[in-house]
Design a protein around this ligand. Structure first.
Ligand code: SIN
Length: 358
């Protein structure tokens, strides 16, 4: 469903896509308990109407409701729909930039998905796609959604010195690459951005910007968006004290195509898993290794030689590595049906080497 303000779609405009989340959430008793609320209740057109007076007069906005969900319920078909919507919008010469309002719980997955499927396209066209959200529902006394949305609209529409087209996120007065955004605190207002290398939205930090350009220089081709019902099944398994081999063998009789192992420390996993993981690879299951620590990098053959075929995830967290592996498996399938002998490892390795912005 699409809502058009004043026929703005026929003139240059910013497209604002609504996905739901706390930014569109409503609390039953906002003054007493703003954290008891339902996400994804208010339409994007109403959120825009609420901030309209603060939007600079020369910026025209068009809104489109893609979904209105609590992002913990995000699905793969919905990611496909969002990716296709972004691609079509980027291709539209009237769309000068795109803002996406999204729940912060899984904004990490959507950020990496859009970077890997639309990042090069946005960069080549010189258009910015900006994800944003909120930690407090729209009717909370100190709701953070309106200022985040305004910042995102300005970031998407304003020429910013030297800041290229690409997929970004804005929260709590700071901007970062969307693939760097991760919620690492349950409630803090800056939770989604506090662990992400970022810049003030008012004054771009030059060293952050050179990091963005280094990532973009290495990302030279977007991956295909899987069709809604064709996403390969990939699970995340966490290694922990008392891990059992059954956690792995359980999947051998399933249709799972890949496993992301959230290991301890540098990404090592319990010895109880080793034999069954070797069996999983023989079975054709793709393996990626990452760390459950939430920070740092996972390097190939560290802390010990990897099982043949298993790839380390670089700086990708487990949720990001899962999306990356799904896209890599889908890209392998498409390449092979076009007669090219590329494997998921070829695609995943391009993602895992993307530099970390500090
Ligand atoms: C959600 O992710 O939809 C709820 C939580 C949030 O947006 O902060």
């Amino acid at each position: 469903m699409s809502t058009i303000e004043n026929n703005a779609e026929h003139s240059p405009h910013i497209l604002v896509l609504g996905m739901g989340g706390t930014i569109a959430g409503v609390a039953g008793r906002p003054a007493e308990n703003p954290m008891q609320y339902e996400a994804g209740q208010i339409e994007i057109a109403s959120l825009l109407a609420h901030i309209q007076a603060a939007v600079p007069g020369d910026i025209k906005l068009v809104s489109q409701q893609v979904a209105n969900i609590n992002s913990r319920n995000l699905t793969e078909p919905l990611l496909s729909l969002l990716g296709e919507t972004v691609r079509v919008a980027l291709d539209n010469s009237m769309v000068k930039g795109i803002v996406i309002t999204h729940g912060t719980d899984t904004i990490e997955e959507t950020g990496v998905f859009l970077q890997l499927t639309c990042g090069k396209f946005a960069q080549n066209l010189g258009k910015r796609v900006i994800l944003t959200g909120a930690m407090l529902p729209a009717n909370a006394p100190k709701a953070d959604g309106p200022s985040n949305l305004l910042d995102a609209i300005r970031w998407a529409s304003t020429p910013i010195d030297n800041c290229p087209g690409g997929i970004y996120a804005v929260m709590h007065g700071r901007g970062c690459l969307a693939m760097d955004l991760a919620k690492r605190h349950g409630t803090a207002l800056n939770a989604p951005i506090q662990a992400s290398p970022s810049s003030s939205v008012g004054l771009i930090n030059p060293s952050w910007l050179s990091g963005v350009k280094a990532v973009q220089a290495l990302w030279n081709e977007d991956l295909p968006i899987p069709k809604g019902n064709e996403w390969p099944w990939v699970e995340i398994l966490t290694s922990h004290a008392g891990a059992r081999s059954e956690t792995i063998t359980h999947w051998l009789s399933s249709k799972v195509k890949g496993l992301v192992l959230a290991g301890t420390g540098m990404g090592g996993f319990h010895d109880a898993w080793r034999e069954s993981l070797v069996a999983a690879v023989k079975h054709g299951i793709a393996l990626v290794r990452t760390s459950r620590t939430g920070a740092g990098e996972t390097a190939q053959d560290l802390p010990e030689a990897d099982i043949v075929g298993c790839l380390a995830s670089g700086s990708l967290s487990a949720p990001r590595a899962r999306i990356a592996l799904q896209l890599a498996l889908n890209a392998e399938k498409q390449a092979q049906s076009a007669g090219k002998s590329l494997t998921w490892q070829d695609f995943f390795a391009r993602i895992a080497v993307l530099p970390v912005i500090r």
